[in-house]
Design a protein around this ligand. Structure first.
Ligand code: BGC
Length: 857
């Protein structure tokens, strides 16, 4: 273990020079903190997060495990399981990548399912969100690895994320948006927080003294570090004064020796302000040194490793997150022994979709596609017919498995070239570096090469795997820089001469440009992309810009198909089969960091495909893959419907486990699925208008809105079926009147009998919602909120079990802005046992005798 683990921080601070203190309060490179070898202070590595640990590189990264996305983790309603995932998968992955801290979990709120990163946050409800988040953090930190809970706070949409100003009332801020952080702080004490990019009531997250120093450190007692989001530090003295300890990353940093000297000379900051921030960084590094000691003593390199136990746990958590939304006539589970022919249909059936897009994405060690999982489970005795039916990609799919290098391996060959000052537009033919890679999505800042001139080029060269028949093939080329695609020496795409700026590559790139070629049966066609790290001219933006970082290329492609013909093939397959299984949904292009969705509709002709398959075979099972809600206009007509989120590496196996009854589904929706976008709480207020995002729905987020408006959801929050049935009886509460004046005495035990009235063993989620008394001034407030839940595991048919839950001060409190305190208002509260947010099954009352105020946690 690094000797720094036992160092006396006061003594280190004492010896720290001002310059050393300055170096500590900003990162080094993209992922590291600064070391001070003279004082034995080690450097630590941080890594994204949250659904796995990617390591230092986006491009050709170290293969890693991916756990299901956060909405899926929350859909398990199982904190014990998520603790296990944290301890046995995520912490282990961090160690394999030599990272002391995970940049996660993300615990923002789905104000709208359109949020590009909705998949990355747990739930629309703060209690479920905070509880699952705390379990994740406790699990990871129990193994000595730090969590960095993010993004503090109100980073609930992507468009304009660095600039927009969230206007939010004090009650909504406290009760909805801060609450998951508050629960995590109370239950799990994350070692670090990451601030949000955006402004909250006029002040950027990284400069928000009231939030960082007032609430987080003052009221909640956070005794850990606060870092900025990447390039989310926008000021020098204000951020330091607000309490922002660490600017990340170290590239293009503001906290340089020069800049700090200026503000210190101007007395905007005192050297002691810098040391105060450096102290928090040192305390954090010390915690990591104690917790993850062997990492800090290690070689810093990255490794991959999957044990059978880890693979089994990934499969188990993925299956535990699948929500059964419909099961007409008990179509599911499918009995394999009665099946002769199964049609496997849909745009997502053969895709390797494991997670959403952006900084949480990673290169996986293994992936089981839905097709592979289902076919494996079916075995050899059942005939399988496959049809894609319709397409749902946004940009053309990667060619990772479609290209070979000049020497015949999977992938293509890259060669880097310098430019001479005399002829800056022409690459020098002799390569600075050459390498073979097997990815066609290349984030090139990760793959920087020593010895490059400021302007450089890359030539990518590979061969398309020969086709079995003559066909037309469409390519798509997206760049942050300039690119051209040649096939067999012919220019097919020019994304160089004139560009269309787009949202790709964290908003640095172009739109995808497409081009088609005729491919000949059996021929290895040569594919070459020429790329330069200079943005070309675009309409409204005529300058050439040399990209010192963020250069990137993506090449995709697919055989051009006759869409109508594909539909007919799918219909025929469904007609010929005993059962049709259709996998539809989104992917990491549709749901991604950096960009919000504009519609809840499934892409292209997906809805039509489902309807046509359904008409061809009434025994159709639909599986939807998305990290957040989508519209499913056909859902009331299908026999069986599963919501499967993004399930991580084991996606296909987990789906098969539920389809064939190895797992009896017990997950519940972590967010509402509305019938239409127009029904959502923040409709017309989601988006940055003139730089403002108005949280006008106030407290009515998620199901609270649908209940208030008497607007039934398509599938409500908390909803999910099982292959068995449950009944509730004998609701009892420990006290129906609370007379004490102390918030600590507000403790109500709730018990209820749960019986399995069906014919299979199954698990039930018991949900308790609390309804507050009317507000004395008639202020609108949600009629009920989720305040407690528990699971009854593996209840055998015909048996019963008591569920016991506790309602404490959090269950009865509202924020009282006039007093700047929490209030437990006197009056009578309804305590509801519910199957989901809409379906109440039992009710009791609790009366609080007098108003009680409290602060802190
Ligand atoms: C994201 C963070 C992430 C960071 C580092 C930012 O773009 O908002 O969540 O941790 O990048 O990749």
């Amino acid at each position: 273990m690094s000797a720094f683990a036992n160092a006396d921080i006061d003594a280190v601070i004492e010896q720290l020079t001002h310059e050393e203190a300055v170096s500590l309060i900003a990162g080094v490179g993209f992922w590291h903190t600064a070391a001070i070898p003279r004082l034995g202070v080690p450097q630590i590595k941080v890594s994204d997060g949250p659904n796995g640990v990617r390591g230092e590189r986006f491009f050709m990264g170290t293969p890693a495990k991916s756990v299901p996305c956060a909405t899926a983790l929350a859909a398990t309603w199982n904190p014990a399981l998520i603790h296990d995932v944290g301890a046995r998968i995520l912490a282990v992955e961090a160690r394999l990548r030599s990272a002391s801290a995970i940049l996660g979990p993300t615990v923002n709120i789905q104000r709208s399912p359109l949020g590009g990163r909705s998949f990355e946050s747990f739930a629309e409800d703060p209690h479920l969100s905070g509880t699952i988040c705390a379990a994740y953090i406790k699990g990871v930190q129990s193994q000595g690895i730090a969590c960095t809970i993010k993004h503090f706070v109100c980073n609930d949409q992507e468009n304009d994320r660095m600039g927009y100003n969230v206007i939010v009332t004090p009650r909504a801020l406290r009760e909805v948006y801060l609450m998951p952080f508050m629960i995590a702080q109370r239950d799990a004490q994350p070692w670090a927080y990451m601030t949000a990019y955006n402004r909250i009531n006029g002040v950027h997250g990284s400069e928000h003294k009231e939030l960082i120093t007032g609430i987080l450190r003052g009221e909640w007692g956070h005794d850990g570090m606060v870092m900025s989001d990447w390039f989310g530090t926008y000021s020098i003295d204000e951020a330091v004064k607000a309490g922002l300890d660490l600017e990340m990353p170290g590239e293009r940093k503001l906290r340089t020796q020069n800049n700090i000297e200026r503000v210190v000379t101007a007395h905007k900051l005192a050297p002691s302000d810098i040391k105060a921030r450096a102290r928090e960084v040192l305390k954090f590094v010390q915690k990591c040194a104690k917790g993850a000691g062997d990492i800090l003593d290690g070689d810093g390199s990255e490794r991959s490793h999957d044990t059978p136990e880890e693979i089994a746990l990934l499969r188990h958590v993925a299956a535990s997150s699948i929500v059964l939304l419909r099961n007409k006539g008990g179509v599911l589970p499918l009995d394999k022994s009665k099946l002769k022919k199964v049609a496997l249909i849909g745009p997502n059936m053969k895709e390797r979709i494991i997670n959403g897009g952006g900084s949480s994405s990673l290169r996986s060690t293994y992936v089981v596609s839905p097709y592979e999982g289902i076919v494996n489970a079916l075995g050899n005795d059942v005939e399988v017919i496959y049809a894609e039916g319709a397409r749902s990609f946004k940009s053309l799919p990667s060619l990772d498995f479609e290209l070979t290098t000049p020497s015949g391996e999977r992938g293509w060959r890259l060669s880097w070239h310098n430019h001479s000052a005399r002829d800056p537009m022409t690459p020098i033919p002799e390569a600075v570096r050459e390498m073979d890679v097997d990815e066609t999505y290349a984030s090139l800042s990760d793959a920087k090469t020593d010895g490059l001139t400021e302007r450089w080029s890359i030539r990518f060269r590979g061969f398309l795997v020969p086709r079995p028949v003559d066909c037309e093939f469409e390519f798509g080329l997206t760049v942050a820089g300039r690119g051209k695609l040649y096939v067999d020496g012919q220019l097919v795409i020019d994304n160089w001469t004139r560009q269309r700026r787009g949202t790709s590559f964290f908003n640095r790139g172009t739109e995808e440009e497409r081009g088609r070629v005729q491919l000949k049966k059996g021929i290895k066609h040569e594919v070459v992309v020429e790329f330069m790290n200079v943005k070309g001219p675009a309409d409204g933006d005529e300058d050439e810009i040399v990209m010192t970082d963020g250069a990137a290329v993506r090449l995709g492609g697919a055989v051009v198909v006759d869409e109508e013909r594909e539909m007919e093939i799918a219909e025929q397959a469904a007609r010929d089969a005993d059962v049709a299984i259709v996998v539809v949904g989104l992917n990491s292009d549709w749901e991604t960091e950096g960009e919000d969705r504009t519609t809840l509709a499934l892409p292209a002709r997906t809805d039509e495909l489902v309807r046509r398959v359904l008409a061809a075979n009434a025994r159709t099972v639909v599986i939807n893959q998305s990290g957040s809600a989508v519209e499913m206009p056909w859902a009331d007509d299908v026999s069986a419907l599963l919501q499967t989120w993004y399930l991580g590496n084991s996606a296909g196996d987990a789906m098969a486990d539920v389809l064939f009854g190895k797992v009896n589904p017990s997950a519940r929706l972590s967010l509402t699925f509305p019938r239409r976008l127009q029904d959502t709480p923040s409709y017309n207020q989601f988006g940055s208008y003139g730089g403002t995002v108005m949280y006008g729905e106030d407290l009515f987020v998620g199901y609270k809105h649908y209940i208030d408006r008497v607007l039934p959801a398509h599938f409500p929050f908390g909803f999910g079926l099982s292959y068995t049935d449950f009944a509730y009886a004998d609701l009892a509460i420990s006290s129906s009147t609370i007379k004490s004046n102390s918030a600590a005495d507000v403790q109500v035990q709730v018990s209820v009998k749960v019986s399995n009235t069906g014919s299979r063993t199954g698990s039930e989620v018991v949900q308790i919602y609390v309804a507050p008394p009317l507000h004395p001034l008639g202020e609108p407030q949600p009629s009920r909120s989720l305040r407690a839940f528990t699971r009854i595991e593996d209840l055998a048919p015909g048996t019963s079990q008591m569920a016991t839950l506790t309602l404490d001060k959090y269950a009865f409190s509202a924020w009282e802005p006039q007093r700047n305190a929490w209030i437990i208002r006197k009056g009578t509260y309804g305590v509801f046992v519910a199957k989901d947010a809409e379906e109440i099954v039992l009710r009791a009352d609790v009366t609080i005798g007098s108003d009680i105020f409290w602060n802190g946690l």
